[in-house]
Write a protein that binds this ligand. Structure first.
Ligand code: NAP
Length: 272
């Protein structure tokens, strides 16, 4: 029986495959115990068994459908009540390539529940615990389509814009409490995501990254203290400039009067 890790435990959602399974591998090798969440218990057990054998870390399997309120509440309770947890990786998510005219609205609503609601509720469960302790790390997996929003399905892209925006806000609220929040924006990555999303050929495209490279880059970004990490963006200065301009723009909205460019029309209505 392995002893508890001094680093504590990382709870990873969507750990049965793809990016989440690589996070499990890398975090166990960095010395974290693991709590692995996804629906497929058999696959979770396979990941857990391998990592226990390879790393000697404690790995717990917590099967849960995060689209199911009761199951989600159980994971929230673990995050609130298990003092060994020092890291949350909000990774579970699904996508789609369907345009709005072809997408099933019930599937879109389920996507919002997983990509937004579950991620938000899990963050709300653990953030007060980490803040009270003055330590803890939350990693939220967004996507480059949270910025390149016209790509893929609109609800998917918007759900990832939410994760990016939510991350900025969390960073503001939690940084001074000693809690780290990193938002990761993978580009196309070779996982089963594309089978679920409806475009399997993307897995072998020349612009598609391996899940291993994606997670290793994301963890390098975490080690470097980045708040936002975009593994596939080579021109990092573009992000820095865009983010600086967003923050500058954010300071310009507080005006009781409309901008002059809208006044001419308002004045002519008044004169008529
Ligand atoms: P993946 O291999 O399909 O992994 C998705 C994971 O989420 C699986 O472990 C899946 O496990 C779990 N999951 C799905 N629905 C769930 C539910 N209702 N409850 C609990 N777990 C659920 O795809 P991936 O690429 O690694 O995706 C991981 C994250 O990366 C997602 O948030 C995705 O949006 C993001 N991302 C991916 C790409 C890409 O190109 N692959 C690009 C940008 C961002 P079960 O089926 O066992 O539940």
């Amino acid at each position: 029986m392995s002893s508890s890790s001094p680093k504590g435990a990382a709870l990873i959602t969507g750990a049965s495959s793809g990016i989440g399974a690589v996070y499990a591998d890398r975090l166990a090798k960095r010395g974290y115990d693991l709590i692995l969440v996804a629906r497929n218990e058999q696959r979770l057990n396979a990941v857990a068994g391998r990592l226990r054998g390879e790393t000697g870390r404690q790995v717990t399997v917590l099967p849960a459908d995060l689209n199911d309120k009761v199951s989600l509440a159980k994971v929230e309770a673990v995050l609130r009540d298990d003092p060994s947890i020092t890291m949350l990786v909000n990774n579970a998510g699904v996508g789609s390539v369907a345009s709005i005219l072809r997408a099933d609205v019930d599937k879109m609503a389920a996507m919002i529940e997983l990509n937004i609601t579950a991620l938000t509720r899990l963050t709300y469960a653990v953030a007060p615990v980490f803040a009270a302790r003055g330590a803890g790390t939350i990693i939220n997996i967004a996507s480059v389509v949270g910025i390149a929003v016209e790509a893929l399905n609109g609800v998917y892209s918007a759900s990832k814009s939410y994760v990016l925006s939510f991350g900025h806000s969390l960073q503001k609220d939690l940084a001074e409490k000693g809690v780290r929040v990193q938002t990761v924006l993978p580009g196309a990555t070779a996982t089963e995501f594309w089978d679920v999303a409806g475009y399997a050929p993307q897995k072998t495209s020349e612009i598609t990254m391996s899940a291993e490279d994606c997670v290793d880059a994301a963890l390098a970004g975490l080690d470097a203290g980045e708040q936002v990490t975009i593994p596939g963006l080579h021109e990092g200065e573009l992000w820095t400039r865009w983010e600086a301009e967003r923050r500058e723009l954010s300071t310009k909205f507080g005006n009781a009067k409309p901008a002059p460019r809208y006044r001419a029309a308002a004045d002519s209505v008044g004169a008529a």
